[in-house]
Design a protein around this ligand. Sequence first.
Ligand SMILES: Cc1ncc(COP(=O)(O)O)c(C=O)c1O
Length: 392
Amino acid sequence: MTFEQVKQKLDGSVMPTYARFGAALVSGRNATAKGVDGKEYIDFTSGIGVNCLGYADEKWAAAVARQAAAIQHISNLYYSPVQAEFAEKLCRAAGMSKVFFGNSGAEANECCIKLARRYGEDALGIRGPEIVTLNNSFHGRTVTTLAATGQEGFHEHFLPLTDGFRYADADMGSVKSRVTEKTCAVLLELIQGEGGVVPMDRAFVRELREFCDEKKILMMVDEVQTGVGRTGAFYCYQNYGILPDAVSSAKALAGGIPMGACLCREEFGSLLGKGAHGSTFGGNPLACAGGLAVLERVGRPEFLKEVRAKGAYFSEKLKAMPGVSGVRGMGLMLGAKPEKGPAGEIAAKCVENGLLILTAKDVLRLLPPLTITKQETDRGLAILEKTLRAFA
Ligand SMILES: Cc1ncc(COP(=O)(O)O)c(C=O)c1O
């Protein structure tokens, strides 16, 4: 099939919810993808932060293939050795005690929200507990995670949303003003990804941790985009030197197989008892095999050190690049603000020139595979520089 044939077929039968770029991808190795027409692309996207080990990593692919050939799915009616192993190792990497597995970031947040509501009811005796989230946040596309998302643009046309969310700015004064006797939790991203790669202030995060302790409300961190090595720590809260009460994780968790997880500390680990929550696919053996292959690599201190070094290299090159007016982010989660031209148009031109890159609000967003090589990095940055020059 040619690109045009793929486009026509897909547009003919898939709902038009996505603004797609002009490339149809069929294969890849590490941070280099190949299109239907044989064209090569350097990938600074990882499929929006999913392919942490790049495309078709040999060990990851072999682990998933082995699992598929042994037993691919069993439901949660039975015990799974591979789920048991992954759950134990993931909890250890996160510094958490219990995990619930789902299939996406939105579902991971749904579980955090249910956990917090249950905590509000059971531990704090609140009827109709509320959760404070931040303005400019993004927590997913289900009706409840849209409600948790502090951006009105996402709410339009889908009202009424789930009740029980109050939005605050990312400062303690604002958070305190939104907390009431009905508040059971605060949920936040430590770097707002879809919001434009906006890192939270360190002092704010640490003060928020203390405040939640004082008020006996849960501090929940959405690590869907920032998690699994992306920022140079396994979870971004480890960079901030805090431990949340609950964490949502997804995207890179199984290296390209749908998986989401809500993790929590020991004291909250039995709030959701038998029948309180569930998922047919959650923690299925295939996803857990992918997750174990990811964890075995990304969980290593040397690997995370390399992510930090790669992030510093990217950041330094971007800061020095003509046409870039500012760079923010952490590790390999970076936002580069273009001096001229809408980010979306620049990204579309980059694709034409052989570079896959994301946008978030007014920045070009970079989430390359954590395994990206120096050669791939330099090739991609050269394409970006050439593209930006055309917009100068
Ligand atoms: C911080 C954050 N939370 C939640 C989500 C939703 O994840 P999913 O698309 O897997 O439901 C995303 C997706 O971009 C995200 O960035």
